[in-house]
Design a protein around this ligand. Structure first.
Ligand code: HEC
Length: 111
């Protein structure tokens, strides 16, 4: 017969394995390759928000990590770019603003 402590230890080990598996899965990086918007973000945002750039601490843009940098911040990005028009600090052409809105309305896809 296993004592209570052994049973608890086994249960804790199982939970640990499950937690590790779910974490490594959700931490898999997804590349941002959408044909219109990858060049768009590179053109308008990369110079200040790219890895190691001056404003990466306010918001980081990393096309190799779509989930953390774009998807998880999409409401803020939408507000900055389309609602308040604060980002980028320079202006966006009407065609590029329309492209951004269309992409956002389509669910801001990574590909
Ligand atoms: C010329 C540099 C520059 C460029 C280009 C630029 N930003 Fe910014 N960004 C800043 C600065 C400075 C701040 C911090 C001050 C502020 O919030 O106004 C900032 C802040 C932000 C924030 C955080 C705002 C908050 O309050 O949470 C987001 C999101 C953002 N930028 C998105 C973008 C996006 C998207 C683009 C491209 C379309 C972009 N930025 C282009 C300089 C830039």
């Amino acid at each position: 017969m296993m004592n209570k402590r052994t049973v608890l230890a086994i249960a804790a080990a199982c939970l640990g394995v499950l937690f590790y598996a779910s974490c490594t899965k959700s931490c898999t990086k997804l590349s941002f390759t959408q044909s219109t918007m990858k060049p768009w973000f590179d053109k308008y945002c990369l110079s200040c928000h790219g890895t190691g750039k001056s404003n990466a601490s306010e918001w980081k843009y990393d096309p190799e990590d779509y989930t953390c940098t774009i998807k998880n911040n999409i409401d803020n990005i939408y507000n900055q770019v389309y609602v308040n028009k604060k980002m980028p600090p320079s202006s966006v052409t009407a065609a590029d603003l329309a492209a951004f809105k269309a992409w956002y309305d389509a669910g801001a896809p990574a590909q």
